[in-house]
Design a protein around this ligand. Structure first.
Ligand code: GLA
Length: 532
C-alpha cells in the first residue's frame, strides 16, 4: 500500500513535471509579439518578434529607431538568434571593419520569459532576461508637448563649459569608483585649475525606476547623491545624463538605459535634490515616440528646460540631438546652454576633421550662455597623432566650443597634458567677447582661419589638412583688414604651440605646417594707430 502510494506520488510528480514542461513549451510555442530584453545592470531593448514554425525574426521595434534585423530559431524551449550590424569604414575609401555580430541565446524560464546570454563581437557576454510586454509598453504613445515659447536664460555658461565626460573613453563600462578617481585626477593633474570644472557622468548610471517611479542608480552607481557630494568636495561640479525618450541610446553592456519620458519634472527635481549642476539630455529613443520635426524636438527640449528652471537649482543644460532640425537656430529658446551640432565624434582624424571644419559656417549662432557643441574632445585617447590632437584643440578653441575632455585623466602623458592644458589656447576658447571664427583663405588642403579676440587681438590658425607638410601663408594687411585692426601700425604675435614670439615685419607670414597639423598664433595690436 505504502509503496503504491509512493509509486503514485512519484508518478504524480513526474506527471506534474511533464505537464509543467509541456505548458512552458506550449506557452513558448509562439513568441510572436512584443518583448523586452532587460540586461543585468544595464539597459533594455524592445523587440517585436514574429514566429513561423521554428523560425523567429524581428520586425522593426517600437523604440530607438528599431534595432531590427534579429533572426534565428526557437526549438524545444531554446531560443537562438543573431543580428549583424555593419560598421562604417574609418576613412572614405578604407576597408570597412568586420560587421559586428550579436548572438542571443535563451532558455525558456516559464511562460513568456527566457533567461538570455547576449554576446556581441569584442564585448563581454551579458546576462539578460527576455520578457513579453504589451504593445502599449513597446510603443508608448507620445505625450503632449508644451506650446513653444522662449525659456528664460538661466544665466549659466557665460564662457563655453569645460570639463570631463565619461563616454568617449568608457562608454557605459565605468562606475562610481572610476568617477571618483577621475575627480581626484582632474585636481591632481592641474586640469581643474586649467578650467576643466564639470565632471559629467554620461549614459550607464541608472537601472530604471523604483516602485514610486523615482529614477535610481544601478549596482555600479549605488548612491548618486553621495557621488555628487564627493565631486563637490574636490571643488568640482558634476553633471548627469538622461533622454527625452523612454530609454537612452545604449552602451557596451547592453540595451538603452532609463530615460526621462513622462517623468521630466520629477527627474529634474531628483537631479537637483542630488546636487547635480549639469544635465546632458540625449534624444536617442525619443525618435520612436516623437517626430524629428523642429516643433517636436524643440517642444521636448523645452519641456525639460522648463523643468530644470522650476527646480531653482542652477543646472547647465546640454542638448544632444546630433544637430537635427538646425538646432543652432532654436536651442537657446529651450533654455539650452549648449547643443550638439553633429553626430558622434570618433577618435580618428577623418571624424574630427569632418566635424571641426564644418562648424565655421554656423559659428555665428554661438553666444555667451549658448554654444554650438561639435562634441567632446578625443585628445589623449590614442587614435590620432599629436599634430592631429593639436589641430583638434586649436580648432575647438577657435570655435568657442565646449571643451569636455574625454580621455583617462588618471594616466595622461606629458604630451596630452601639454595639449589639454595649454593656457593660451584655452584663453582663446574662453575669451569673454566671443566673435565668430571666419575663413581668411583656403588653398587646396590648407586654410587660414581667424577669430577676433577681446583687447585688440585675434587668433590665427594655419591648418594643413593634407598628407604632406605644406607652406601656408597670409598677408598681414589682409589680416588687419579682416579683423578691424587696420588702424594699428605695429603688431605682436606669439606661436601658441611653440611658445615663441614670431616676427610681424614684412608683408606676409609663412610657416611650414606638418601633416594634419596647425600653427596657431595670437596676434595683438602693439603700437599706436596710424594706418598700414
Ligand atoms: C549618443 C551621444 C553620445 C553619448 C551616447 C550614449 O551617441 O551622442 O555623446 O552620450 O549617446 O549612449
Amino acid at each position: 500500500m505504502r509503496s503504491s502510494i509512493k509509486h503514485a506520488a512519484r508518478n504524480g510528480t513526474a506527471l506534474v513535471l511533464l505537464l509543467g514542461g509541456a505548458i512552458a513549451l506550449l506557452a513558448q510555442s509562439d513568441i510572436t509579439g512584443y518583448w523586452i530584453l532587460r540586461y543585468k545592470d544595464a539597459g533594455v531593448t524592445y523587440l517585436q518578434l514574429e514566429q513561423k514554425g521554428d523560425t523567429v525574426q524581428s520586425v522593426a521595434s517600437g523604440r530607438g529607431g528599431g534595432r531590427g534585423g534579429v533572426s534565428g530559431t526557437l526549438h524545444n524551449g531554446k531560443l537562438e538568434m543573431k543580428s549583424t550590424a555593419n560598421r562604417p569604414p574609418a576613412a572614405p575609401g578604407a576597408a570597412a571593419p568586420p560587421a559586428r555580430e550579436t548572438v542571443y541565446e535563451g532558455v525558456s524560464a516559464g511562460p513568456n520569459r527566457f533567461d538570455m546570454t547576449v554576446t556581441t563581437t569584442g564585448r563581454p557576454p551579458a546576462k539578460a532576461t527576455l520578457e513579453r510586454v504589451s504593445a502599449a509598453e513597446a510603443h508608448p504613445a507620445r505625450l503632449p508637448l508644451p506650446q513653444l515659447q522662449d525659456v528664460p536664460d538661466n544665466g549659466l555658461a557665460r564662457t563655453p563649459p569645460m570639463g570631463w565626460n565619461s563616454w568617449n573613453k568608457f562608454h557605459d563600462r565605468f562606475d562610481d569608483k572610476t568617477v571618483r578617481e577621475m575627480a581626484d585626477a582632474l585636481v591632481s593633474s592641474g586640469m581643474a585649475k586649467a578650467g576643466y570644472q564639470y565632471l559629467v557622468v554620461d549614459e550607464g548610471w541608472t537601472s530604471g525606476r523604483d516602485a514610486n517611479g523615482k529614477i535610481i542608480g544601478n549596482a555600479r552607481f549605488p548612491d548618486m547623491k553621495k557621488l555628487a557630494e564627493y565631486v563637490h568636495s574636490k571643488g568640482l561640479k558634476i553633471g548627469i545624463y538622461s533622454s527625452p525618450g523612454p530609454q537612452a541610446c545604449s552602451g557596451d553592456l547592453g540595451g538603452g538605459y532609463q530615460g526621462s519620458f513622462g517623468h521630466e519634472e520629477e527627474d529634474a527635481q531628483t537631479f537637483a535634490d542630488w546636487g547635480y549642476d549639469y544635465l546632458k539630455y540625449d534624444w536617442c529613443s525619443a525618435g520612436g515616440v516623437y517626430s524629428s520635426t523642429r516643433e517636436d524636438e524643440q517642444g521636448a527640449y523645452q519641456k525639460m528646460g522648463e523643468a530644470l528652471l522650476k527646480t531653482g537649482r542652477p543646472m547647465v543644460y546640454s542638448l544632444c540631438q546630433y544637430g537635427a532640425a538646425d538646432v543652432w537656430k532654436w536651442g537657446a529658446k529651450t533654455g539650452g546652454n549648449l547643443w550638439r551640432t553633429t553626430f558622434d565624434i570618433g577618435d580618428r582624424w577623418e571624424s574630427m576633421e569632418r566635424i571641426g571644419f564644418a562648424q565655421i559656417d554656423i559659428a555665428g549662432f554661438t553666444q555667451p550662455g549658448h554654444w554650438n557643441d561639435p562634441d567632446m574632445l578625443e585628445v589623449g585617447n590614442g587614435g590620432m597623432t599629436a599634430h592631429e590632437y593639436r589641430t583638434h584643440m586649436s580648432l575647438w578653441s577657435m570655435l568657442s566650443a565646449p571643451l569636455m575632455a574625454g580621455n583617462d585623466v588618471r594616466t595622461m602623458t606629458e604630451e596630452t597634458k601639454s595639449i589639454l592644458m595649454n593656457p593660451d589656447v584655452i584663453a582663446i576658447d574662453q575669451d569673454r567677447d566671443p566673435k565668430p571664427v571666419q575663413r581668411l583663405s583656403q588653398n587646396g588642403k590648407t586654410e587660414v582661419i581667424i577669430r577676433p579676440l577681446s583687447g585688440n587681438a585675434f587668433a590665427v590658425g594655419l591648418f594643413n589638412r593634407g598628407d604632406r607638410p605644406a607652406a601656408v601663408s597670409f598677408r598681414w594687411d589682409a589680416l588687419k583688414f579682416n579683423t578691424g585692426l587696420c588702424g594699428f601700425r605695429r603688431l605682436q604675435a606669439q606661436d601658441l604651440w611653440k611658445h615663441q614670439p614670431v616676427e610681424t615685419t614684412g608683408d606676409e607670414f609663412t610657416a611650414t605646417v606638418p601633416v594634419h597639423g596647425v600653427v596657431l598664433l595670437r596676434v595683438a595690436a602693439a603700437g599706436g594707430r596710424g594706418g598700414f
